[in-house]
Design a protein. Sequence first.
Lengths: 266, 281
Amino acid sequence: MPKTWRNHALLAYALAILAFLYLPLMILALYSFNESRINAVWSGFTVNWYASLFNNRRVLEALTNSLVVACISTVVSTVLGTTGAMALNRYKYRFKAAINGLLYLPILIPEIVMGLSLLVLFSQTAIPLGKVSLILAHITFCVSFVVITVNSRLEGMEAELEAAAADLYATPLQTFRYVTLPLAMPGIIAGALIAFTLSIDDFVISFFVAGPNSTTLPLYIYAMVKRGISPEINALSTLMMLTTVLLIILAHLLQGSPKKASPADE
Amino acid sequence: MKNGKFLIAPLLLWLGIFFAIPLLIVVVVSFAGRTPYGQVIFNWTLENYVRFFEPLYLSIFADTLWVAVLTTVFTIILGYPLAYYIAQLPKKWQQPGLILVMIPFWINFLIRSFAWVIILRSQGVLNTLLIKLGFITAPLQLLYNDTAVMVGMVYSLLPFMVLPIYVSLEQLDRRLLEAAYDLGATPFTAFRKITLPLTLSGISEGTILVFISSLGMFIVPEIMGGAKAALVGNLIQNQFLSARNWPFGSALSIVLAILSLVLITIYYKALAAGKGGGKDA
């Protein structure tokens, strides 16, 4: 008897915490459909805020900037990260501690420190603050995450497959093309999706290194929030939340697959 | 691929140029002075670090530490039972449960803070509801104060606590609990003597993640805090973008970075010294 009582209490607690996590986001989304501009009183359903979003040139500009920066940073950080992870996985390196430091410090250090250090770098060099500086910064904070994601996939792979390919007279390039790359692909795609999400979502670092003509969506939302509350912010936030959730679920599904593929280990 | 070993070079070069060198420049700038117009002049000085000890800045630092401690405590109180609940679900429900906790973690801090602005502001959801229900007649000042900042911090960082605790609970050997019950332990005793000590690694990992993230946080106080709710993150941002005192801002961020890295090192040392349960989250 006391056991079921305890279970109910625990369930109630868990549900309450989940409500704490989700209610604010749901309210945010709900009010993007509210007619009233200033009040929290529900005055009718409308999709006007979404419509005005798509007619707002500055929003579309910010969206374009975000997409351009995210696409380029994703491609470059995925290539850099994947080659790095493959090399790390295959070869022994001296100064392993220094390499690991360089790889993991960007994740461990407070974002604000990374943002301002890049600002200092760009101001000391001839790189003006704008799309280029944004892209360089985004590649830098994305690349470590790609290395980690690809590496975890590579570690789950069996080295025997590559050895078998070599035994069957595949050239190293063929082995890479037909064995290593296809096996590593889910990890690479998951890494790319994570990089894309991180880039699209980034506020802190972009805040430091963006220029006046390279406003991204999060920077635009920040400017809107500072100017005053409007349901347009709700609408834009809701769209961004949806995009994030879809990308993360996709990355998760891809990353989850290697375990199903090889039930033998563990 | 004989020269495959060099495939790592582009990655290391990139991180060297865009991560290590900028950080070194910040270290150098933190020892520099500046002209009245905000120009950095390199005249090796400790004045920026000395300035850190002025009461105003020490109190901001103390506030930041205090907020970080409170945030950590609240996320443990809220997060542990949730992680416990997910860990004791049937296997096939654990993954969806975890994803439910993970999703808010991926949503932009800015958007999550803004969601609370919608709820807490004077014409916000909560005030409107309370007035409608007749509990209050005039809106309460719920936003732009220290409590609002705490709510925002706990809300933003909770998933960081739940995940590592879940991992440690998931690795817990259930047979130990059965043995304890067989020996007549009450559920509370079993929890205190077995579950809690064995999941301490998860709690401390979550503590590190939450504590460090709240030390460097500046979005939540920026969006939800009042004029005086500045934390170190806001102070640094201010030195760089408004006050244009880069040397002082650099010194502050070096202190912040060193503090964070020291905490991480202590944690990993402690983990290595212990039995090393919950090695990867």
